[in-house]
Design a protein around this ligand. Structure first.
Ligand code: ADP
Ligand code: MG
Ligand code: MG
Length: 249
């Protein structure tokens, strides 16, 4: 499904990713952990196609697609969901229209019929109930004035509706409270299945108590320096990153 080979990337002339290799088979959830500054967010930005990141070597394929050659919107339509894209605020764009447009772009790409506003509302409301979101969040402009928790809910609503083939979640160090943690993990777990893969990027082990990954990888200085099963996350929680970094240096 996702195959990253020998990925090197830089920003502003500073080399951040240094030969990263990672394969995520269909149906698996992998976690990337690592100390601050190891390049976790850089990896998610490169996979998302964010401007300013230069790939200097290596390749990323998604199925048989050359992901790095695709525009960010093309990646989304192909079934890649990038969790950091949703929190953009779009004044003047109704949330329901925004979500339905995104969903229909994906449906068209799959050769499925588009859904109309009425069908969409049915789907969205059912999901929103599970996510504990008030109905009026569909009428408001996208993310405008949404609290942090509401943005996270809206992002998870979008992910659940799109039902992506690959979800990339960079849960930045700063702050998932316990409710947000449960929201993210419940949504990811509800999507689990043979055609769904996810890359969960996190500084802390606690998220991985809720989303139990198939594999855990440790990123240090822009490379994967250790891989293991879910128990690796527990070990890291107990021992910290120091020993692994020292051994890899
Ligand atoms: P992580 O998410 O693992 O904490 P990041 O990918 O955010 O790490 O950052 C990796 C390294 O890249 C850090 O040393 C950071 O200071 C550096 N970095 C990030 N953005 C820039 C930038 N725009 N210019 C120069 N260095 C950057
Ligand atoms: Mg950081
Ligand atoms: Mg980060």
């Amino acid at each position: 499904m996702l195959k990253i080979e020998n990925l090197h990337a830089s920003i502003d002339g500073k080399q951040i990713l240094n030969g990263l290799n990672l394969t995520i088979p269909a149906g698996e959830i992998h976690a990337i952990m690592g100390p601050n500054g190891s390049g976790k967010s850089t990896l998610s930005y490169v996979l998302a196609g964010r401007e300013g990141y230069e790939v200097t070597e290596g390749s990323v394929t998604f199925g048989d697609l050359d992901l790095l050659a695709m525009e960010p919107e093309e990646r989304a339509v192909a079934g890649v969901f990038l969790a950091f894209q949703a929190p953009v605020e779009l004044p003047g764009v109704g949330n329901a229209n925004f979500l339905r447009t995104a969903l229909n772009a994906v449906r068209r790409a799959k050769g499925e019929a588009e859904i109309d506003a009425i069908q969409f509302l049915k789907l969205a409301r059912a999901r929103m109930k599970v996510l504990n979101m008030p109905d009026d969040m569909l009428k408001r402009p996208v993310n405008v004035g949404f609290s942090g928790g509401e943005k996270k809910r809206n992002e998870m609503l979008q992910m659940a509706l799109l039902s992506p083939k690959l979800a990339l979640l960079d849960e930045t160090d700063s702050g998932l409270d316990i409710d947000a943690l449960k929201l993210v993990s419940d949504t990811v777990n509800s999507l689990r299945g043979p055609a769904f893969s996810a890359l969960v990027i996190t500084h802390y082990q606690r998220l991985l108590n809720h989303i139990v990954p198939d594999r855990v990888h440790v990123l240090s200085a822009g490379r994967i320096v250790k891989s293991g099963g879910p128990e690796l996350a527990q070990e890291l929680e107990a021992s910290g990153y120091g020993a692994i970094q020292a051994a890899a240096a």
